[in-house]
Design a binder for this molecule. Structure first.
Ligand code: DX5
Ligand code: ZN
Length: 222
């Protein structure tokens, strides 16, 4: 947790209605949103396909919100420049997809973006330790990457307390992704997570995204 900074919700557009994406993003902006989470999937690293730099560029034109690109793709090094020039402010990569994790993080930073590593539920959080001084962000997956709407896996937080001092020493922001919704978010507010990704809990048919966003934030702060 970065001291003095209230936790944020990062809506994932994965569950948005792409036929009216601009309107949905505006609803988040009007509700006070600060960041958007963009789930990039290649049908190879994960068994689902979403979008690439062209859509990131289109979203960049729609909004000034901070854009974090979560790259669930093989060989991310090949595409870093495309995503960053398209407007990604933060690039999050899975270590197992990088030939050299240190080189990938260095490349992201030298292209002018913030850099982060993503840890899957079946991986150890401690695998990021050698890279903490190169990282701005740690994304803890609380579902297996690939699809929205899955159930939260609580055990992914087991080793967070142990890693906490190192994360703080290195000013690494902690984010969690998957299964964050009205039922789960309230119990996660005291454990020092800076950012909560929420896809299907924000973009759904029950209310406009901005309204869902405000309700989630209230549960987080309540
Ligand atoms: C899953 C993605 C998530 C997803 C979360 O691979 O990384 O960002 O959008 O969706 P929900 O919030 O519906 O679990
Ligand atoms: Zn994600």
């Amino acid at each position: 947790m970065i001291p003095g900074t209230p936790p944020k919700i990062s809506p994932s557009v994965l569950s948005a209605d792409f036929s009216r994406l601009g309107e949905q993003i505006n609803s988040i902006v009007a509700a006070g949103g600060e960041v958007l989470h963009l789930d990039v999937m290649d049908g190879h690293y994960v068994p689902n396909l979403t979008f690439g730099p062209l859509v990131v560029k289109a979203i960049r034109k729609m909004t000034d919100l901070e854009l974090e690109a979560h790259l669930m793709i093989s060989n991310p090094d090949k595409y870093l420049e495309s995503f960053i020039s398209a407007g990604a402010d933060v690039v999050l990569v899975h270590p197992s997809t990088c030939e050299s994790v240190a080189d990938t993080l260095k490349a992201i930073k030298s292209l002018g973006s913030k850099a982060g590593l993503v840890v899957n539920p079946d991986e150890k959080l401690e695998l990021v330790v050698p890279y903490l001084d190169q990282m701005d962000q740690l994304l803890i997956m609380s579902v297996f990457p690939g699809f929205g709407g899955q159930s939260f896996i609580p055990s992914v937080l087991n080793d967070l307390a142990q890693l906490r001092p190192l994360l703080e020493d290195n000013d690494v922001l902690v984010e969690i992704d998957g299964g964050i919704n009205q039922q789960t978010i309230g119990s996660l507010n005291q454990i020092g997570i800076d950012r909560f990704v929420a896809g299907s809990a924000v973009f759904n048919a029950s209310a406009p995204p901005g309204e869902n966003y405000i309700n989630l934030l209230a549960l987080l702060n309540g």
